[in-house]
Design a protein around this ligand. Structure first.
Ligand code: ADP
Length: 477
């Protein structure tokens, strides 16, 4: 099958979260199965800059895209390259709307930026490159305009009419709301959805409504989003799609995330030879100004600092830990996001030097050292569609402490591979943390057993890629 991945992010070119990891790794598995897969993403500022400095192996394409939006033709360009380490073609749509901004998201015209990208991406593949996919696999609201366009205006254009669409929800919390004018901009006609207020378009809802099939990134999250509590206002629409909605657990790119080969580690290790982990812990302590102590339990969190990630539970728990209620501990935070959470961790780091370190940046080089050096990894998420942090932490021997929600519930087993709590309260979280510290301090053989059984879990894409293949097949047959 010819499958086009259209996405706002792809690792390693543009990453803000797990979406990038999925789009960077699932195509590799599908190609191994014999499919023809291509990827299209926007050319952001970073990508153009890295091209200019020769850091990225991509080149401008000698083409002019003339994209019809808002009743006029708008010129765009494109770059092309390969997903690193593969022969998978990747294309980058270049236009002022997408370039020229320091960030990927967060602008008032984001809906127009991604609507433009969605339309230009389809046009590049189908009209300019004459490569018509059997399946367009779109991800989150940013590329829902492609799904909407294909289901409406695209139906009267023979070049597009037969393309099937899969819409993957990576995070239902972000809807991508626009004014109705966006449909004039995209030059399509449709009716409004019950979920849309007057003069409002909800692209997450549109993706769910218009795609041939819809899936999300874990079975438990698929069950949660059809409920009123978890549906962010779209549960009715999801229920309406019935069995067209499924959950497929994300895999991990086990070539990228491999503690036996990871060059960002001070010392590489594996489940059979775990002792070198200690050197990573020592290196972290040294780099981050923590007390040098091999025995103190070290907690870690690597996360976007967003409400979703359970940060409202962190304050009290970190305070009690720092005050020594569970004996000596250290805590490392790597993340950036909402200013109030950054401020909270900044205050902790100031107040407890040597015990608490916080790095407010996106650091792909530092994350592996934290996964491979810390003892416990905290993910008390309010909701978690799949979560990659807990998969990586298990593979790197940092035992996860998680709340039983979404993909966390599907991947971490209490007392076997980690520590799990149910209710979203400080108290429940604190008890899980205490249980972990107790085992660590009093029963090292059991601790090692939990740690190693996490490291042995198979989170590679194998099974999940097969399920995606089945889903694609069910649409084209
Ligand atoms: P989400 O997609 O909701 O952000 P996931 O757990 O699915 O959460 O994926 C997060 C990914 O981003 C993981 O690979 C994690 O290691 C990485 N990550 C998050 N914050 C940072 C950061 N500040 N520096 C480096 N990597 C980060």
């Amino acid at each position: 099958m010819k499958i086009l991945f259209i996405s706002a992010e792809v690792y390693p070119f543009a990453k803000r979260g797990g979406l990038a990891d999925v789009v960077g790794s699932l195509p590799k598995e599908l190609v191994k199965m014999g499919h023809d897969v291509r990827v299209v993403i926007p050319a952001y500022n970073d990508i153009e800059r890295n091209y200019a400095t020769g850091d990225l192996d991509i080149e401008p394409m000698p083409i002019h895209l003339s994209v019809q939006v808002d009743g006029i033709y708008t010129e765009a360009g494109a770059f092309s390259g390969k997903l690193p380490g593969t022969e998978i073609p990747i294309y980058f749509i270049a236009h002022q709307l997408l370039l020229g901004r320091p960030e990927i998201y967060g602008y008032p015209d984001d809906v127009y930026r991604f609507a433009f990208f969605s339309k230009a991406g389809l046009q590049l593949m189908v009209e300019t490159l004459d490569w018509t996919p059997d399946i367009v696999h779109a991800h989150d609201w940013h590329t829902a305009p492609a799904v909407t366009w294909l289901a409406t205006a695209g139906q009267s254009d023979q070049r597009y009419a037969d393309i099937k669409t899969l819409f993957t929800i990576h995070n239902l919390a972000h809807h991508g709301k626009a004014k109705w004018h966006i449909f004039n901009y995209l030059q399509l006609h449709t009716h409004s959805l019950e979920e849309e207020a007057y003069d409002e378009v909800n692209f997450m809802g549109r993706g769910i409504y218009h795609a041939h099939k819809v899936n999300t990134v874990s079975p438990t999250y698929a069950g949660e989003i059809v409920t009123r509590a978890g549906g962010t206002g779209l549960s009715g629409l999801l229920q309406h799609r019935g069995s067209d909605v499924s959950g497929i657990l994300n895999g991990l790119d086990t070539e990228v995330w491999n503690p036996a080969k990871d060059k960002n580690l001070k010392a590489r290790f594996s489940v059979g030879k775990i002792a070198p982990r200690k050197k990573n812990k020592a290196e972290l302590q040294k780099q981050l100004g923590l007390e040098l102590n091999p025995d103190v339990p070290m907690m870690a969190m690597i996360s976007r600092l967003d409400h979703q990630k359970g940060l409202d539970l962190m304050g009290e728990v970190v305070y009690r830990l720092m005050e020594g209620e569970s004996g000596p501990v250290q805590m490392v935070l790597l993340g950036s996001g909402q200013p109030e959470y950054e401020e909270m961790f900044r205050q902790f780091a100031d107040r407890y030097p040597g015990k608490m370190a916080a790095v407010f940046a996106y650091r792909a080089d530092l994350a592996p050292l934290i996964y491979g050096g810390s003892d416990m990894f905290l993910m008390p998420s309010l909701f978690e569609p799949c979560g990659l942090g807990q998969l990586i932490s298990m593979r790197y021997g940092s035992v996860p402490i998680v709340r039983a929600t979404g993909g966390l519930a599907d991947t971490v087993e209490d007392g076997e591979t980690g520590f799990v709590f149910d209710t979203y309260t400080t108290n429940s979280f604190w008890h899980a943390v205490q249980r972990a510290i107790y085992v660590y301090n009093t029963d090292q053989p059991l601790w090692k057993k939990i740690q190693k059984s996490g490291m042995k879990q198979d989170f590679s894409w194998g099974q999940s890629a097969l399920r995606y293949e089945q889903l694609y097949k069910s649409m084209v047959d």
